[in-house]
Design a protein around this ligand. Structure first.
Ligand code: PEP
Ligand code: MG
Length: 567
């Protein structure tokens, strides 16, 4: 049996699909038969063209237009003239000739003045990889079209790959690296897909199509399981279903402590489709719609119309409940191919989220226009990510005012009372909470990032994951400052980071007076069950005790004991 860290509860039984990103080793050797090599190159190029045509057949609208433009580039003889020359005249092998020939074209595109053409360089790069993979006979895994009962196994699954996955056929995910708070892990929990991270050398242990059985709670992986092992896991699966069934009674109950302190339990969603899960699980609102998934799920910037439709859909399905939509939070580990963000030494400290929106207001304005237009269809709030200073709120609000003015001039109706709040996920914002609270309508604490920035521990780095903990006293003190800062200005304070659904952490948050808990839809009912067991006064006493403790271990132990006692 193999073992990793279970990060999404459930039992998965299926067949392995390996997500291998093989790097082809390219050397500059020369061939004996130039004619044959040239023929081989042309055959591979033709196959890539044919594959592209097949993809286009299944597309329509803007996506088809984009791929047709891609195909035209791929068929243009200027793209491979140099490659052919390198094979025909100099006798280089086709992989090396493709690398050098296509890179020459990439450079031409990169130096173009026209912004649109400049961005096509990444298409050429993509074509180069596809032709080289064909030459080396490496087939790519189509993530949007995986067979039924797939257990996806990979070294890492990037956020952009996550956006491509067709979840219907995935019954499990195993990742060699990765962590509890990477986006693929969050997505797995939202969709109740059992998932395990941190499994060393998994790609060496498991072969394509191996039968696998996994336990997403304990992190156990059975490679070619016996019938006995399968039966045992199936029994466990039945038990989990029964527990889930038992939680349903909390769907329509209030999120209120024994002594009458009322809070709200909201859902985090990534796409409009997630609304189904949110409503099924009794969400009292949406505390975080990660709008960047709309952008990542597309090959070009989503238009105002496309965004409007997505936001309207979520607001309508929320049926009058509050919906907090976060503006574009891209950068860091979330890349947008078509935005050409460039490489950075420290992407988590770099050009991302609100920083991009303020620097490139034309992108921000499209999103804001779509949001305000959608505001007619429900109770919308807008949330700004990665705020680190008061100036950023002021600048963002100026742009918001400009957009509102434009809409008014056009005669477009919108809700003038949309609340504008911020995420508190950078220590400087938590420290300045009292001041920031005077400039906005609400806070939502993003512990996933707040922990990484407070402790200088990258959230997805498995090597240092032991240092990444919400129980660190510094993190708890910053949360306290944030909630107090909000309440001094009479604005509400929520939390949409993963810490909000940890039953050991909920007592602290109740004790500190958090107003709203937003989480993965699948965690709502158990969080509500926990809240209903608590007594606010008792939680305040626990907070007092915890604030005197100096280590994460002591705090974690105290809270684990407490939860055991009341369960
Ligand atoms: C957070 O940082 O806690 C958060 C909710 O945002 P994300 O996980 O999308 O960075
Ligand atoms: Mg964040």
């Amino acid at each position: 049996m193999l073992k990793g860290k279970g990060i999404s509860i459930g039992i998965g039984i299926g067949n392995a699909k390996l997500l291998k990103k093989e790097e082809v080793e390219i050397t500059d050797f020369k061939v004996e038969n130039k004619e044959n090599e040239l023929k081989y190159f042309k055959k591979c190029l033709e196959e890539v063209i044919e594959d592209t045509k097949n993809v286009i057949e299944k597309l329509s609208g803007t996506e088809a237009d984009i791929m047709n433009a891609y195909l035209m580039l791929l068929q243009d003889e200027n793209l491979y003239k140099e490659t052919e020359k390198l094979i025909k005249e100099d006798g280089y092998n086709s992989a090396y000739a493709t690398k050098i020939g296509f890179e020459g074209v990439e450079k031409i595109f990169k130096n173009m003045d026209d912004e649109y053409m400049k961005e096509r360089f990444s298409d050429i790069e993509d074509m180069k990889k596809r032709v080289i993979n064909k030459i080396a006979n490496i087939s790519e895994l189509d993530l949007s079209n995986l067979p039924e009962n797939t257990i996806l196994v990979g070294k890492d699954i990037s956020t952009s790959d996550t956006a491509k996955l067709n979840l219907k056929n995935i019954v499990g995910i195993i990742i060699e690296n990765g962590s509890e708070n990477s986006h693929v892990s969050i997505m797995a929990r939202t969709h109740e897909i059992p998932a395990i991270v941190g499994v060393k050398d998994i790609l060496k242990e498991i072969n394509e199509n191996n039968r696998l059985a996994i336990n997403g709670e304990t992190g156990e992986i059975y490679n070619n399981p016996t019938q006995e092992q399968i039966d045992e896991l199936k029994n466990l699966q039945k038990k989990l279903m029964e527990e889930k069934q038992d939680l349903i009674k909390y769907k329509d109950k209030g999120s209120i402590t024994k002594d009458g302190f009322k809070v709200e339990v909201y859902a985090n969603i990534g796409t409009p489709k997630d609304m189904i899960k949110a409503m099924e699980n009794g969400a009292e609102g949406i505390g975080l719609f990660r709008s960047e998934f709309l952008y990542m799920d597309s090959d070009s910037m989503p238009t105002e119309e496309e965004q409007f439709n997505a936001y309207k859909n979520v607001l309508e399905n929320a049926k009058g409940r509050q919906v907090i939509i976060r503006t574009l939070d891209i950068g860091g580990d979330k890349n947008l191919k078509y935005l050409n963000l460039g490489k950075e030494d420290n992407p988590f400290l770099g050009y991302r989220a609100i920083r991009i929106c303020l620097k490139e207001p034309e992108i921000f304005k499209i999103q804001l226009r779509a949001l305000y237009k959608a505001s007619n269809y429900g109770k919308l709030s807008i949330m700004l990510p990665m705020i680190s200073s008061i100036n950023e709120i002021r600048k963002a609000k100026e742009i918001i005012e400009e957009v509102k003015k434009e809409l008014k001039l056009e005669g477009t109706k919108f809700d003038n009372n949309v609340k504008v709040g911020i995420m508190i996920e950078i220590p400087s914002a938590a420290i300045m909470a009292e001041e920031l609270a005077k400039e906005c309508d609400f806070f939502s604490i993003g512990t996933n990032d707040l922990i990484q920035y407070t402790l200088a521990v990258e959230r997805g780095n498995e090597k240092i994951s032991g240092l990444y903990t919400k129980f660190n006293p510094a993190v708890i003190k910053l949360i306290k400052m944030t909630i107090e800062g909000a309440h001094k200005s009479n604005i509400f304070c929520g939390m949409c980071g993963e810490a909000a659904c940890d039953e050991r952490f909920i007592p602290i948050l109740i004790g500190l007076g958090l107003d709203e808990f937003s989480m993965n839809p699948t965690r709502i009912l158990s969080a509500r069950k926990m809240i209903r067991k608590l007594d606010k006064k008792e939680c305040e006493k626990i907070v007092e005790e915890i604030l005197k403790m100096n280590t994460s271990e002591e705090i974690k132990e105290k809270l684990t004991e407490y939860v055991k006692k009341i369960n």
